[in-house]
Design a protein. Sequence first.
Length: 190
Amino acid sequence: MSESLNGKRVAFMVAPEGVEQVELTEPWKAVRDAGGRPELVSTQSGEIQAFNHLDKAETFPVDKVVEDVSADDYDALVLPGGVANPDFLRTKPKAVQFAREFFSQQKPVAAICHAPWTLIEADVVRGRRMTSWPSLQTDLRNAGAEWVDEQVVVDSGFVTSRKPDDLSAFCGKLVEEIAEGKHRAQAKSA
């Protein structure tokens, strides 16, 4: 990655179970390799359980509990996918509020695969051009987003991708947007 994140703190918010491992580990590596400081934020302390599709994969230690942090503490937010991960997060008011804060503070947000479900609940997709796993397109359109079937979409600091096959493009764009910093238009939907 050519852009340097110079120690910028990046929250990776995931549920205790159900995150797609590669959608966590590849963006994490991209942030770290660019000089950023990724931190794993979850709804519980301890460890989270990642999955490779439906099979259990590795566990990862939680750095912070969402109840104890705010967007003020970070420069950006990454939301990995997996089906269960965002479905769980969207039922937790503090997780939804945490995601919404990044938009209102004009900070970069990156979401892949099913992760936009959490952002629908946060009511921040209205008027945004974005992509996701194809099965979310109706949900996103109903929430006011312009859904497109593209590898990666950037809309004023908001980066979205469809699936693990898009990770290379997703990681490149999320590092680029985090390096750029705040985006005034990011708050348009918050």
